[in-house]
Design a protein around this ligand. Structure first.
Ligand SMILES: C[S@@+](CC[C@H](N)C(=O)[O-])C[C@H]1O[C@@H](n2cnc3c(N)ncnc32)[C@H](O)[C@@H]1O
Length: 210
């Protein structure tokens, strides 16, 4: 992990964390008719607060079991004595307030808001919905992110032209995930030290070459 990236984590400096990449992908997905918006890892609702007010008549699912979980493979807080930031209860203790705030924002915006209190992989297995936008911001281990990508792609969950954004890409071996996505027709759109966005290629669309 680059020292500047670690610094941004230690200072919780959101202004460095590529939210422009997230919102560009989000705006592109808003142009797509089919599918829902999904966030894996609700946390304290930073991204939800940005997106939900713009989702009139859309479906926004945020998925988080709010249970203790491991940090990524590369932990920026390693060796730092900041219990509040390292502790599992950093997100857990704010669960009720976060869900209440996001629900209120959704009601104001006319957005259909659902919080699923389950793990992301369970959600992928259970849902019948297709995704136009996925924000992967849950468990930042390579094993977990690779597993999510496999099951989303093998189960054909993302619509043509749909967007995926990965957060905290410096916390695990994202280049290997990148290779997997590119081999499966996902095109890298924007890349930062924190976030990377991809678009599902359109060449699988029925009649695209007709
Ligand atoms: C970095 S925070 C998410 C921040 C959030 N996206 C935001 O914008 O504020 C990570 C969250 O992922 C959740 N999480 C951990 N493992 C998960 C899993 N398997 N499925 C869904 N969420 C998970 C944690 O409970 C934690 O709240």
């Amino acid at each position: 992990m680059k020292p500047a990236v670690r610094e941004a984590y230690l200072n919780f400096d959101l202004s460095q964390m590529d939210f422009g990449i997230l919102m560009n992908a989000f705006n592109e997905a808003r142009e797509i008719d089919e599918g829902i918006f999904v966030e894996f890892g609700t946390g304290m609702g930073v991204a939800g607060r940005m997106m939900i007010p713009q989702l009139k008549d859309e479906w926004f699912y945020t998925v988080d079991p709010f249970k203790p979980y491991g940090k990524g493979d590369i932990d920026p807080w390693e060796g730092v004595n900041q219990n509040m930031l390292k502790g599992a209860d950093f997100y857990l203790k704010e669960e009720d307030t976060t869900i209440k705030t996001l629900s209120e924002l959704a009601a104001e915006a006319g957005c259909n808001f659902v919080h699923e209190r389950i793990a992301d992989y369970e959600f992928i297995h259970r849902t019948n919905e297709k995704f136009k936008f996925v924000y992967v911001d849950s468990d930042h281990t390579f094993q977990h992110v690779q597993h999510l990508c496999r099951i989303m792609i093998l189960n054909n969950m993302i619509v043509d032209g749909g967007m995926i954004v990965f957060d905290d890409v410096s916390c695990y071996d994202h280049p290997t995930v990148d290779g997997f996505l590119q081999r499966n027709n996902y095109i890298k759109v924007e890349q930062g030290d924190f976030k990377i966005s991809y678009r599902r290629g359109l060449d699988n669309a029925l009649g695209f070459f007709v």
